[in-house]
Design a protein around this ligand. Structure first.
Ligand SMILES: Cc1cc2nc3c(=O)[nH]c(=O)nc-3n(C[C@H](O)[C@H](O)[C@H](O)COP(=O)(O)O)c2cc1C
Length: 163
């Protein structure tokens, strides 16, 4: 099964998880770059990203058109912002909704504490599906560098391999 991991990461945690998953299951990766610049330092980052997440914005992407042809499975990865999906991933999902509905889909969210379940539910609603084939929730895997989180990422990989 050919798998593509499509993800957005502001501060590197989702990037860390995406790369660990890709290495484990042998998937390709595509990191989304937003044309709208989100602040990544201090309290300002919560204002800039939080407001955008609450308004459910769909910022334009710089990543160009992402060709999903040839992929059986797509894994979506994002940081939780204000208990919601980080907006650049929403843009990708909205632009590829019909194609995504025809794939085997999994998703993972990186968060500091809470809100991932709500965000994953919103993401399913945006795509128009009932469930992901596999779901993972990871606590800041890069910043916190915990063996438990790495083990949770690897457990998610085993689920994806079983699809
Ligand atoms: C704008 C913004 C809003 C956030 N909102 C939440 C939240 O609602 N719940 C939570 O647990 N963490 C929240 N966080 C923390 C991030 O989800 C967490 O640090 C995540 O691992 C960051 O992933 P990244 O490094 O790939 O950007 C927020 C971070 C930002 C920048």
């Amino acid at each position: 099964m050919k798998t593509l991991i499509v993800y957005f990461s502001l501060e590197g945690n989702t990037d860390y998880a995406a790369k660990r998953i890709a290495g484990n299951i042998g998937a390709d990766t595509q990191r989304l770059i937003s044309k709208k610049i989100y602040k990544s330092k201090g309290f300002a980052k919560f204002i800039s990203g939080g407001r955008s997440a609450i308004k459910e914005e769909t910022p334009e992407l710089e990543s160009g058109d992402i060709d999903l042809t040839g992929y059986d499975c797509v894994i979506l990865g994002f940081p939780v912002w204000a208990s919601n999906v980080a907006p650049p991933l929403r843009t990708f999902v909205k632009e590829h909704q019909t194609e995504l509905q025809a794939k085997s889909l999994a998703a993972f969210a990186c968060q500091g504490g809470s809100g991932a379940e709500k965000a994953l539910a919103k993401l399913k609603g945006t795509i128009g599906i009932e469930a992901f084939a596999a779901e993972g929730i990871f606590i800041e895997p890069m910043r916190q560098q915990s063996e438990d989180t790495d083990a949770a990422i690897d457990a998610f990989c085993e689920e994806v391999k079983g699809l």
